[in-house]
Design a protein around this ligand. Structure first.
Ligand code: FDA
Length: 308
């Protein structure tokens, strides 16, 4: 079954039910997702922190359909931040948010609506003593995300942002984010983008990653190296040493359930490692994307579809 066919099949609600109903299905989902509730997310955060890791929590959800939904997402993040604080985890755990989940796509006033919600989430994070990072979505949202981050950083200088190295513009965006305190999470990029804006070849994306890493490591900000790629992890370590950065002046980040051996190895070597931990009832699309990234993960899923 090709990745494309699988992803198409995976959009059906029947497929979602089949995964949950399959023997061992819940365990496979839980490999990548903390659970559906805030309490489950806090419990997994607690376990990761006890292992010496840091966490960034993502409340899963795409395609916010109305203003009430956007407000509910913002309220969930505020509640989560209070829960992390109450559990004594806020110094080790922050949150990641998507503008689209906060209403950015809702008509002419969507951008302003989303900005207001990010501000409220930042206030809740500040009260808890932690930080927020803006996820980056498809290329049509890049300008809005960077503008939102820039405008809110005047009040919340620790507000981080994701840059995607498959985009041709990203090296230039990196140069704008080299100042003291700038928190940049560097990723390869996960959306289907046209040639006109993005590199297609893996090598070109990787070379762009290294160019951006070099800039960030030599800059004054705080680079967050978000990749599972062993070659890029090694290069990041070497560039940090060359730039004279101590281990607490940058960090590695990986997705929950992916390369946990490497997460442990890096943390054991004294590196700061942060795990991106998603939770929420809308786990299905995220889960299928993770499976599709790795052929070895697909066998289970295909079996569940056939049986379901
Ligand atoms: P690559 O995909 O080349 O993988 C390198 C190696 O890692 C593989 O060979 C394999 O060994 C291992 N691996 C990767 N994925 C695996 C999986 N699912 N299961 C098992 N092994 C796997 N994207 C985006 O567009 N916007 C965003 O805001 C974010 N945010 C984000 C935060 C964090 C903390 C991370 C780690 C990633 C993101 N991403 C993202 C996703 C990112 O763009 C990218 O799609 C994935 O990280 C996969 O790319 P890698 O850099 O890991 O390399």
């Amino acid at each position: 079954m090709s990745r494309r066919v699988l992803l198409a099949a995976a959009r059906s609600p029947q497929a979602q039910r089949a995964v949950v109903a399959a023997p061992g299905g819940r365990a496979v989902v839980e490999r990548f997702v903390a659970g559906e509730t805030r309490d489950e997310a806090v419990a997994v955060t607690d376990r990761l922190v006890a292992r010496g890791l840091r966490v960034t929590l993502d409340h899963l959800g795409e395609d916010t359909v109305d203003e009430d939904h956007a407000a509910a997402v913002a309220a969930e993040y505020a509640g989560l931040l209070r829960a992390l604080d109450d559990a004594g985890l806020a110094r080790r755990a922050e949150v990641s948010v998507k503008l689209s989940a906060l209403g950015a796509g809702l008509g002419r006033d969507g951008a302003e609506l989303a900005r207001g919600h990010v501000r409220a989430i930042c206030e809740a994070a500040q009260a808890a003593g932690t930080t927020v990072t803006l996820d980056m979505e498809g290329h049509t949202a890049t300008d809005l995300t960077l503008e939102t981050a820039a405008s809110l950083r005047a009040t919340f200088p620790w507000l981080g942002v994701v840059l995607q190295t498959y985009l041709r513009r990203t090296e230039s965006d990196c140069r704008d984010l080299l100042g003291a305190g700038c928190r940049v999470r560097l990723v390869k990029g996960a959306y289907a983008e046209p040639d006109s804006v993005a590199y297609r070849e893996r090598d070109a994306v990787d070379r762009s990653y290294v160019r951006c890493l070099r800039l960030l490591m030599e800059g004054q900000g705080y680079p967050m190296v978000a990749t599972h790629d062993p070659r890029l992890i090694a290069i990041a370590g070497a560039l940090a040493v060359r730039a004279g950065r101590p281990q607490d002046a940058y960090e590695f980040q990986m997705l929950y359930g992916v390369r946990e051996d490497e997460q442990r190895r890096l943390a054991g070597a004294g590196e700061t490692v942060r795990v991106y931990l998603p939770y929420g009832v809308d786990w299905y699309a995220y889960f299928v994307r993770r499976l599709a990234e790795r052929p070895a993960n697909l066998a289970f899923f295909a079996r569940a579809l056939v049986r379901g």
